[in-house]
Design a protein around this ligand. Structure first.
Ligand code: ZN
Length: 74
C-alpha cells in the first residue's frame, strides 16, 4: 500500500510539472496574437457610443448617426 501511494504521488507531481510547463508555453504563444488581433475602437461623436471593430458601423445603434460620425480611438 505504501509503495502504491508513493508511486501515485510521484506520477501526480510529474503531471503537475508538465501541466505547468505547457501552460506557460501556451500563454506565451497566445498572448502576442491576441494583441495583434485587437480591433479598433470607434466613438460616436454625437452620443459617445463606443463600437469595437475593424471599421465603424454603418449607423450608430444608439442615435442612428452615419458611420462618418464615428472617430477612431487610440
Ligand atoms: Zn451615436
Amino acid at each position: 500500500m505504501r509503495d502504491m501511494a508513493q508511486q501515485g504521488k510521484i506520477d501526480l507531481s510529474i503531471v503537475d510539472e508538465i501541466d505547468l510547463v505547457f501552460g506557460k508555453d501556451a500563454v506565451d504563444e497566445v498572448e502576442p496574437y491576441n494583441v495583434k488581433l485587437t480591433t479598433n475602437k470607434w466613438k460616436c461623436s454625437v452620443c459617445g457610443y463606443v463600437y469595437e471593430g475593424d471599421t465603424p458601423p454603418a449607423s450608430c445603434p444608439i442615435c442612428d448617426s452615419d458611420m462618418d460620425q464615428f472617430e477612431l480611438m487610440d
